[in-house]
Design a protein around this ligand. Structure first.
Ligand SMILES: NC(=O)C1=CN([C@@H]2O[C@H](COP(=O)(O)OP(=O)(O)OC[C@H]3O[C@@H](n4cnc5c(N)ncnc54)[C@H](O)[C@@H]3O)[C@@H](O)[C@H]2O)[C@@H](O)CC1
Ligand SMILES: [K+]
Length: 504
């Protein structure tokens, strides 16, 4: 699913009106019908609905919702802010329609706002500003936002919480943005919804399909997409009847150190659950028995060192290599990692300590071969690109890094994003907060390494790997709950996740 900018969203509306022979006012009526349904589904008539409408079409939506709720016998009160004396045509039409159906609780605010007392049982509908916002809110509107935020009422924002920009909020004023409990987004989701710092502004969000022109969406250029199951399923190549283990690649995981053998176990088990033909684990001597016992399906190659990875492995026999889980950052390991990466000519995944090593020895970043997959969490990424003050800045800098190294970056978190060297950002929808636990990342590295070894392209391996990893996490959550979920549960759920993605 594409994510459009607010400017594109406006264009999409105009294109739909021009090409799908629908009047602008009727598109608004469609939006208002879906908004009203979504509100009625959640709250019954015992709640008073207090609607704050702005001067543009976001306000038009809100006034149309007021009429629909009034006609369904909800108790509705409307405050329309008309401080410049200029309202959009569709907003004006909806005000007229509201009056025509005998509605009396309408207050037009031109200068002084006598704010009603809001209670916890009230529902506020925020239709002040939507995709037409062109600068941060200030003055009287900022005061209205603060009053809404200070109230105990539940808040439903139409399209976007008023004051929030759809994409970049670097220069916005946080206190002047509505804190919604629910955001009902019209057409498509906004990029800002996917950023963790906006969670408390956007709340739970839902997209309402008002029938925006598919033709426009298909042709719209965007760098931001949300991956869907329908994008993932066709990527999976079925196994052949006459297949043998040699057809599915030989993966190598360079992983583990003294005290961090678990990372090796987790990444190896996840790799084996994701279709790899053969797996070898290169690990310090101290982990030999552990791995032979816990992962009998894998071969174990001992490093020269008792406790740490110290000497690069020979890569001739492998189709892919994953480096970094639980390696530690000893000086001897750093030198071995840099040398291993510099000379690597097969598909490569760099995770955890391998990334930390490159952030310490930054001059060696250029040794990372083209098309390498880097799988940092925010902390690991920022050690390389520097501290960022918000998600938009972080993604922009990560795109620059992916471009300069010609690498793939899998930035882990809620809405893990796969960034390609060309700057496309694929947001992954699966996964849950239970996966925020040690070892989850090792599991992902194992999965992606398995996919690369089987011949999936880097982009496919990143998208498919993150999707199935999150899906397995969701299956595990259903079994054990978010609090108890541990990395091993994700691995145990991988068979069901793979089965569900491959069944007809
Ligand atoms: N036909 C359409 O175009 C449709 C539009 N829809 C709704 O229309 C919205 C977009 O409507 P508009 O483009 O009219 O934009 P908005 O309603 O978001 O706001 C536009 C108005 O706000 C003013 N404004 C912008 N920033 C301001 C600021 N910081 N302080 C004070 N005033 C400010 C502008 O001058 C303009 O008068 C969407 O968010 C959606 O809710 C939906 O009804 C679907 C159909
Ligand atoms: K709004």
């Amino acid at each position: 699913m594409k994510i459009l900018t607010c400017t594109q969203q406006k264009e999409a509306d105009e294109y739909t009106i021009a090409h799908n022979s629908i009047l602008s006012i009727n598109l608004m009526e469609k939006a208002a019908t879906l908004l009203t349904d979504a509100i009625c589904k959640r709250w019954d008539k015992s709640h008073r609905i207090v609607i704050f409408a702005g001067p543009g079409n976001n306000g038009g939506d809100a006034v149309a919702v007021a009429r629909m709720l009034h006609l369904k016998s909800y108790q509705v009160e409307v405050f329309l802010f008309n401080v410049t004396g200029k309202l959009s045509d569709d907003c004006l039409t909806n005000i007229r329609r509201l009056h025509e159906c005998g509605f009396t609780s309408y207050h037009e605010v031109t200068s002084q706002f006598d704010a009603p007392k809001l209670t916890a049982h009230d529902i506020v509908i925020d239709g002040l500003f939507g995709s037409g916002l062109n600068k941060p809110l200030s003055g009287g509107f900022a005061a209205v936002v603060k009053y809404i935020n200070a109230s105990a009422a539940k808040v439903v924002s139409i399209d976007v919480p008023s004051g929030l920009m759809g994409e970049d909020n670097s220069y916005n004023i946080r206190q002047n943005i509505v804190q919604a409990d629910i955001t009902l987004s019209i057409g498509l989701p906004k990029l800002a919804f996917l950023f963790p710092e906006n969670e408390e502004l956007v709340g739970e969000w839902e997209v309402l399909d008002i029938g925006i022109s598919q033709e426009y969406i298909e042709n719209a250029e965007t760098r931001y997409l949300i991956t869907e199951e329908k994008d993932i399923r066709p990527l999976i190549t079925p196994r052949h009847k006459f297949a043998h283990k040699g057809n599915y690649g030989h993966g190598l995981l360079i992983t583990g150190s003294y005290g961090m053998g678990g990372a090796a176990v987790l990444s190896a088990r996840a790799c084996l659950r994701s279709g790899v033909g053969l797996l070898t684990i290169h690990t310090p001597v101290c982990n030999h028995t552990l791995l032979q016992t816990c992962v009998p399906e894998a071969m174990v190659e001992d490093d020269v060192h008792e406790r740490f990875f110290a000497e690069p492995a020979e890569l001739d026999n492998y189709q892919a290599v994953g480096i970094g889980c639980g390696l530690g950052q000893e000086e001897i390991t750093a030198q071995a990692v840099i040398e291993q990466v510099r000379d690597c000519e097969i598909p490569l995944v760099l995770d955890a300590d391998a990334l930390n090593i490159f952030s310490t020895y930054r001059n060696n970043l250029s040794y990372i071969p083209k098309n390498t997959i880097l799988t940092p969490h925010i902390g690991e990424l920022e050690r390389i690109i520097g501290r960022c003050s918000n998600s938009y800045e972080r993604i922009s800098k990560a795109k620059d890094l992916a471009n300069s190294l010609q690498c793939y970056i899998v930035l882990k978190g809620a809405w893990t994003v796969v960034i390609t060297p060309e700057g496309l950002c694929h947001f992954n929808p699966t996964g849950n907060p239970g996966m925020a636990t040690g070892g989850s990342g090792d599991v992902l590295t194992g999965i992606i390494t398995a996919l690369l070894a089987q011949g999936y392209s880097e982009e496919e391996a990143c998208k498919l790997g993150t999707y199935v990893h999150g899906l397995a996490g969701d299956i595990a959550r259903n079994k054990v709950g978010e609090i108890s979920l541990k990395a091993g549960d994700i691995i145990e759920a991988l068979p069901e996740a793979w089965k569900s993605l491959t069944k007809n």
